[in-house]
Design a protein around this ligand. Structure first.
Ligand code: TXA
Ligand code: MG
Length: 331
């Protein structure tokens, strides 16, 4: 259903009240989090949650994260909770860590896409925490982008992708991490990272004092684990610096309009190429990454070439998103 999407401002108490009223009414509102903007609806209202899937064009079998106001609320959503959950929650909540636990049977199946598990997170953004406390419910919220597209790190990104499909966007400024939360599965005997993120394997192992698994391949039906995901519309290719330089020098590429996202220094000059230098610091790179990809995607180039980031634990989340952004997709 097409509707006029309101752009609400985080500094306006009236606008915050409007966002809260819309959420209470079962509408969908995009809200800022410290990771990426989320497409929020009352997680206890199955109709409202169903509308998230419609607005995003996301298959109903792909489960959503439920955002809660505090660790104390875990028990409203999960059962048979691993003792590791409270250790991780104490260390990393509020923050960019999502815990996968056993779902309480009373929680509706719509939000978990029919799965017996539930993903929970206490976000760090003060405005979202305030909203969660006022509403006294959980907010189901996937990233506020169309299915398979780039995640949004500003209110404008959300408007560009979803205006007309949702009731409102609450503009709380750019996201401070700029990359989705780490997801850790605590339903098995060994904690397992399902999606790398700002809380690294090392940080989790140091906190728990035990091994945390981080398999390369996961089940396909989990949306964030699909090979093709987080994609710009422009064809995007990931390559090491040397391959990138060779590509630029190849005669057949000399007239192509290209954009290059690199963090090493490149001495080449070319009028057909838009050079975008990225920070060498991982956190700063992550914060800028989606913003830059959104920008380059609008620049009218034929291809976006991305220098492969360092292949080490600290960069794993960035590498994961860039690999998915550049995976081949027949569109
Ligand atoms: O940082 C974030 O996590 C952001 C902000 C808005 O909180 N949210 C986000 O949601 O990235 P989404 O839906 O774009 O990605 C959530 C991932 C998906 O890959 C989904 O499949 C997985 O979490 N997930 C959610 N519930 C799950 C479950 N019960 N079992 C397995 N995976 C689950
Ligand atoms: Mg997403």
């Amino acid at each position: 259903m097409q509707q006029k999407t309101k752009l609400l401002q985080a500094h306006s108490p009236k606008d915050i009240a409007t966002a809260i009223a819309l959420l209470k009414d079962g509408q969908i509102v995009a809200v800022p989090t410290e990771t990426v903007y989320g497409l929020a609806a009352d997680a206890k209202n199955p109709d409202a949650v169903r509308n998230i899937f419609v607005a995003k064009g996301r298959p109903a079998s792909h489960p959503l994260i439920v955002h809660i106001a505090s660790c104390a609320k875990i028990h409203e959503w999960a059962d048979h909770i691993s003792p590791l959950a409270s250790i991780l929650a104490k260390q990393f909540w509020p923050g960019p860590l999502t815990l996968l636990l056993h779902k309480k049977p009373t929680v509706n199946d719509v939000v978990t896409g029919g799965l017996p598990t539930i993903a929970l997170r206490v976000p760090q953004h003060p405005l979202l925490l305030e909203i969660l406390e006022t509403l006294d419910t959980g907010l189901a919220a996937p990233s506020a982008n169309q299915h398979k597209r780039l995640s949004p790190t500003t209110a404008q990104h959300v408007m560009d992708g979803l205006a007309g499909n949702i009731a409102a966007v609450l503009d709380g400024g750019p996201c401070s991490f700029g990359l989705e939360s780490t997801i850790v599965d605590l339903t098995g005997s060994t904690p397992t990272i399902l999606r790398p993120g700002p809380i690294t394997q090392q940080m989790l192992e140091d906190t728990l004092g035990m091994v945390v698994l981080a398999p390369e391949h996961h089940t396909e039906h989990v949306a964030g684990n699909m090979v093709v995901h987080y994609q710009p519309r422009t064809q995007t290719v990931l390559m090491p610096l040397r391959a990138l330089q060779e590509y630029l020098l190849a005669p057949e590429n000399s007239t192509k309009k290209l954009a290059i996202m690199h963090y090493s220094s490149i001495s080449l000059k070319a009028t057909n190429v838009l050079f975008q230098v990225m920070p060498q610091d991982k956190a700063a790179y992550a914060r800028a990454m989606y913003q830059v990809l959104h920008q380059l995607d609008k620049a009218g180039v034929e291809q976006i070439l991305i220098e492969t980031p360092p292949n080490n634990i600290a960069w794993r989340d960035v590498l994961d998103r860039l690999t998915k952004a550049s995976a081949y997709d027949k569109r």
